[in-house]
Design a protein around this ligand. Structure first.
Ligand code: ADP
Ligand code: MG
Length: 276
């Protein structure tokens, strides 16, 4: 350990330096069902997924299979009917600012500026006073420093989604849950934001769990891609991506992985259609 002449330890590196800030997620035999009309709708059937601290995992699967339901369990918005969800070894019993959730719809407060929207969390926690620098940092991080005083109505879709991302990141989460966050954006903006999501993750190393219906997006971003079966969701396949980043979508290995995942999803869809 290097000590300064004063005897103090050197100041820790900037909090934005790459450090394993992410938490471990362990979902053990999670089963979830909802009451619907005549009976119970089984949505998650014995789902077990373990995610290492700082890992980036993508979740793909048919629409209505239970992907958002799983994210809500990790976020602590719902509890599973059976099974357990642990974050860093502790049972998730409710929402926590260390586990941030970003949705497809940015849901900004229209009467608050970009900066005020990002400040919502710290303000609610009574920490606005000492969060000003963090808010500035995070606005810079998502390239919105020049738009801090803009109103949501003045923002493009991409900028609105960046604001939502900043709002999630301002609490320095150890888990970032992304529910089709780029789903509504045009192809070009989407590509840009995929790059930004990647650099944010490389810088912060939170644990990321991304739901997407875009298999290429999953393969561009994630260390592993989990494929859900149709409802009730089971883990159909776990695909290790194992390609260096940034990933070349035209490389034979990328194309092979994409085709393999699409084939699984196609097969399931065909079986569903047959059953219907
Ligand atoms: P996905 O995100 O994979 O498209 P969801 O997890 O949103 O799917 O939903 C899975 C199934 O559970 C759907 O059939 C949906 O209608 C149902 N569902 C989700 N949440 C509830 C709820 N709170 N009450 C009743 N049914 C629900
Ligand atoms: Mg969903």
């Amino acid at each position: 350990m290097v000590t300064e002449p004063s005897g103090r330890r050197p100041a820790p590196e900037s909090p934005t330096a790459a450090s394993p800030a992410g938490a471990a997620i362990d979902i053990l035999d999670a089963t979830q069902a909802f009451r619907s009309g005549g009976g119970d709708l089984l949505v998650l059937d014995d789902v077990s997924i373990s995610i290492a601290p700082g890992e980036f995992v993508a979740l793909v699967g048919p629409s209505g299979s239970g992907k958002s339901t799983l994210l809500r369990l990790v976020a602590g918005l719902d509890e599973p009917l059976f099974g357990k969800v642990y974050v860093d070894g502790r049972t998730v019993t409710g929402p926590d600012p260390s586990r941030a959730l970003v949705f497809q719809d940015p849901t900004l407060f229209p009467w608050r500026t970009v900066r005020q929207n990002v400040a919502t969390g710290p303000q609610a926690l009574g920490m606005l006073g000492n969060s000003q620098r963090r808010i500035d940092d995070v606005l810079r991080l998502v390239h919105l420093a020049d738009f801090a005083d803009a109103w949501p109505s003045q923002l493009s879709g991409g900028m609105a989604q960046r604001t939502a991302l900043a709002r999630a990141l301002v609490n320095d989460p150890s888990v970032l849950l992304l529910d089709e966050p780029l789903g509504k954006l045009d192809a070009l903006t989407r590509r840009h934001l995929q790059g930004e999501l990647l650099s944010l993750w490389e810088e912060r190393r939170y644990t990321a769990l991304l739901v997407t219906h875009d298999v290429s997006e999953a393969l561009v971003l994630a260390d592993r891609v989990i494929v859900f079966s149709p409802r009730p969701a089971r883990v159909r396949e776990v695909v290790e991506v194992g390609l260096d980043r940034p990933r070349d979508q035209a490389s034979p290995e990328f194309v092979r992985l994409r085709e393999a995942i699409l084939a699984l999803l196609d097969e399931d869809q065909a079986n569903e259609a047959e059953r219907a």
